[in-house]
Ligand binder design. Structure first.
Ligand SMILES: CC(C)(COP(=O)(O)OP(=O)(O)OC[C@H]1O[C@@H](n2cnc3c(N)ncnc32)[C@H](O)[C@@H]1OP(=O)(O)O)[C@@H](O)C(=O)NCCC(=O)NCCS
Length: 178
């Protein structure tokens, strides 16, 4: 019988802790993600954010196969849970990075710091040779995070459905090589 993969590690950056999500994050996660400005920039976050959806997401991530998928909670010492960065498999077996931060924490370099640390681990600890990312064309802040952390534009722009918008939006695809 194969040993179960190790649970995801806890990573530290100068200002952040990246750690596995836990059930006690549900209240803060619900409060911060229930924001049209967060939902509209992601594919899979509905708005308004339904009751129980945070608990269901945390449970789903706890059950995920650790060699295929997982999410880090982002935490500061003063504010606790502030957002997430995660890796999710696509239909072709490639892995895509996704993230969001609660609005009070935007514009302070937190996500660049978090993605930098997550990518080091993805390459060196998780054994990923490449990762994909996609951001809506009207989300230059996310594009800037990805450029600053070493992603390159592939040139592909594909329509993707956003639950938060209730419609498709053009999505600029990017790739990162370990
Ligand atoms: C996108 C998001 C994660 C960025 O997090 P953040 O911590 O504010 O990002 P950072 O501060 O590390 O970096 C943002 C960069 O975007 C730049 N930026 C912000 N708004 C911009 C705009 N309108 N046009 C161009 N660049 C912009 C900032 O100047 C900064 O770059 P710089 O450091 O070179 O100046 C955050 O805004 C968020 O959670 N948004 C909603 C959800 C989302 O978009 N998720 C990603 C889906 S692909």
């Amino acid at each position: 019988m194969m040993a179960a993969p190790d649970p995801w590690p806890t990573l530290s950056t100068p200002r952040l802790t990246l750690r596995p999500l836990r059930p006690s994050d549900a209240t803060a996660l619900s409060r911060l993600v229930d924001d049209p400005g967060v939902a509209a920039m992601t594919t899979s976050i509905p708005h308004p954010f339904p009751t129980g959806a945070a608990e269901a997401f945390i449970e789903r991530m706890a059950q995920a196969e650790a060699d295929r998928e997982g999410v880090f909670a982002l935490e500061t010492s003063s504010d606790g849970f502030i957002g997430v960065v995660g890796f999710h498999p696509d239909d072709q077996g490639a892995v895509e990075i996704g993230y969001w931060l609660g609005r009070p924490f935007w514009g302070q370099g937190y996500m660049t710091e978090a993605v930098d640390a997550a990518l080091v681990w993805a390459g060196e600890g998780w054994g990923r040779r490449y990762l994909l990312a996609g951001h809506f064309a009207d989300n230059p802040a996310s594009g800037q995070v990805l450029v600053k952390t070493g992603f390159l534009y592939t040139g592909d722009v594909v329509p993707r459905f956003s639950m938060g918008r209730g419609e498709e939006a053009p999505t600029r695809m990017m790739v990162w090589l370990a």
